[in-house]
Ligand binder design. Structure first.
Ligand code: PLP
Length: 400
């Protein structure tokens, strides 16, 4: 068994033949050759002793490479059907490295109009002043995307489902438009992960992850990853990772590796719980609107069925009574935690307008559907009925 798994990791599997549940546990991993330890050890070291000048065992300095981080990179890459990932200290570091690798002054990146607020902030406040132009367009309309790309477009970045409204973009159609324009398509696949959305099979060139979320899944770390099937692009990403110093730390990599082993199992339960909660909210007379791609009422339900293996743990909804009612609900939950982030075992409730998307100007937020009353719910792994009971009492409470 260990020999075949070792072979698997060394072979760089582009099209995994093993089931994703098996790959999550074994992909790119093998028992520690020196001790037989079944889990990859935490190589908590800065440097590596060289036996002679220029003779090393593949690692020289942990910013440039670390065996525990490399194990995470192989594991994630195999799970996604790409080359080994390039890991980063955070999801934002992963996005920054992607932009710095592909874009220079005068270039353009076309981005979904609904994306994580931090991505908007990075593009507008850090990269625009360096001469990198970003165009935010409604990529759920392929016509709008086609109208937005130009000769200067080097990269199209879509987030689907998008944070926080869950708006979808057709990955295969977006890939076609990007490629026609001579650009690459990157998908921020943080919400569904490789387990529920197979971006490379749909034509994407690059996937980006905040591993902070479902991938690690226990609210214990921050981390990020970029994956591609292009060896030359991967080398360029690794160059930027080392040059800028964005590397993931070995302990965080180890915790993330442990989380990935249960990722398929967790996502099955997240999806089931979220669908249960979404259905109950939809039938509740106190709720104005529920957005969940697994609901037949979701505006892009057909695309969701085509593009997703399942629909994940994120729901967005509005309470009747607008922002005041929504804020009252969020102030009144007892089991659900009012907190930023998503994708972990605990159910988290978030107010995007004041938390994750606060840096987007209010009129723009309103235009793209992030109303002041929008509530984002990351349904955890508790019993769905307990989450529903908590929301029920919070909807009745008169929170401040
Ligand atoms: C879709 C998406 N991408 C990227 C990020 C940034 O990741 P991190 O917080 O790990 O830097 C987030 C964070 O919420 C996110 O939701």
């Amino acid at each position: 068994m260990s020999t075949s798994l070792h072979t698997l990791s060394v072979r760089s599997v582009i099209t995994p033949t093993l089931d994703l549940s098996t790959l999550a546990i074994h992909g790119g991993l093998f028992p520690d050759p020196s001790t037989g330890a079944i889990l990859t050890p935490i190589h908590q070291t800065t440097t590596y002793v060289q036996s002679a000048v220029g003779v090393d065992k593949g690692f020289t300095y942990t910013r440039s490479g670390n065996p525990t981080v490399a194990a995470l990179e192989r594991n994630l890459g195999e799970l996604d059907g790409g080359l080994p990932a390039v890991s980063f200290a955070t999801g934002m570091a992963a996005l920054t490295a992607l932009f710095l690798t592909l874009l220079k002054s005068g270039d353009e990146v076309v981005v979904s109009d609904v994306v994580y607020g931090g991505t908007v902030r990075l593009l507008r406040k850090v990269l625009e002043p360096l001469g990198i132009r970003s165009k935010f367009v409604d990529t759920s309309s392929i016509e709008s995307l086609r109208g937005a790309v130009s000769r200067k477009t080097r990269l199209v970045l879509i987030e689907t489902p998008a944070n926080p409204t869950l708006k979808l973009t057709d990955i295969a159609a977006a890939a076609e438009v990007a490629h026609e324009a001579g650009a690459l398509l990157a998908v921020d696949n943080t919400f569904l992960t490789p387990v529920l959305q197979r971006c490379f099979d749909l034509g994407a060139d690059i996937t980006v992850y905040s591993t902070t979320k479902h991938i690690e899944g226990h609210n214990a770390t921050v981390g990020g990853a970029v994956i591609t099937r292009d060896a030359e692009l991967r080398e360029r990403l690794r160059f930027v990772q080392n040059a800028v110093g964005f590397a993931q730390a070995p302990f965080e990599a180890w915790i993330t590796l442990r989380g990935i082993k249960t990722l398929p199992l967790r996502l099955e339960r997240h999806s089931r719980n979220a669908l249960t909660v979404a259905r109950i909210l939809e039938d509740d007379s106190r709720i104005a609107k529920v957005l969940y791609p697994g609901l037949p009422s979701f505006p892009q339900h057909e695309l969701a069925r085509r593009q997703h293996i399942d629909h994940g743990g994120l729901i967005a909804f509005e309470v009747k009574g607008g922002a005041r009612a929504g804020i009252s609900l969020m102030n009144s939950v007892k089991l659900c935690a009012l907190a930023e982030s998503l994708g972990a075992v605990e159910t988290l409730i978030t107010h995007p307008a004041s938390m994750t998307h606060a840096t987007i100007p209010p009129d723009e937020r309103e235009r793209i559907g992030i109303s002041d009353g929008l509530v984002r719910l990351s349904v955890g792994l508790e019993a769905a009925e307990d989450v529903v009971a908590d929301l029920d009492q919070a909807l009745d409470a008169k929170g401040a």
